[in-house]
Design a protein around this ligand. Sequence first.
Ligand SMILES: Nc1ncnc2c1ncn2[C@@H]1O[C@H](COP(=O)(O)OP(=O)(O)OP(=O)(O)O)[C@@H](O)[C@H]1O
Ligand SMILES: [Mg+2]
Length: 237
Amino acid sequence: MSMLSIQALHASYDGAPVLHGISLDVEQGSFVAVIGANTAGKSTLLRTISGLVPRRSGKILFNGRDLLQMPAHEIPVLGIAHVPEGRQVFPLMTVEENLMLGAYVRRQDKQGVADTLEQVYQQFPRLAERRKQLAGTLSGGEQQMAAIGRALMGKPSLLLLDEPSHGLAPKIVQELHDALIRIHSSGVTMMLIEQNTQLALSVAKQAFVMQSGRIVLEGSSDGMLNDPRIREAFLGI
Ligand SMILES: Nc1ncnc2c1ncn2[C@@H]1O[C@H](COP(=O)(O)OP(=O)(O)OP(=O)(O)O)[C@@H](O)[C@H]1O
Ligand SMILES: [Mg+2]
């Protein structure tokens, strides 16, 4: 059984359909990317998994349970964390306060939360150095790391990442790339949306291409890197 199995998923905003029958499977322990042009519906797909799009039909099975049948606030408790588009840190709270917000699903497990906090600081030493700094004063890359760190505080088994590299300098993108690979190696199943197709295909093992609310191609990242259609449409080579 796949960890995540999406079946014939449709979603719309106020009567405007965006997802037109998406079906895809994500195996436990995998690292998948979703690529596609602007407005293909990539963010909507992640938001629908997280229960944030009210008008939808089909099935989203997570370890066999249908997420469409449960309220959004229960979804993180099942082990799904979502790092949304844009760097959504709380600017007037410190780095550590931001991180601790991600632990709310594990309020009862004080020691476990303290251990995870140390792991997040090991993962992102820049955050450890800045633990008392207001998050609004972090650089863009550091804010993105804080947003990912906050998601990790809930000890997710599935991490949904919406364009984490957006607007970051190449050196920071490389750091982020390395961090994503380490997070995956620590046992977290990863679903990454990226405009930066090169980055997506270099970190993910498998990719789905979305176009106008549909999956139009899926396969290994290596295969896609060598696919003339992908090279022309997304890599410009
Ligand atoms: N809250 C909303 N209300 C109404 N329409 C929306 C809303 N959010 C997204 N849409 C529409 O849904 C479509 C898909 O948007 P979505 O953000 O999912 O695309 P995307 O693939 O993530 O694009 P990008 O690469 O630009 O982030 C777009 O036409 C967008 O205008
Ligand atoms: Mg988007």
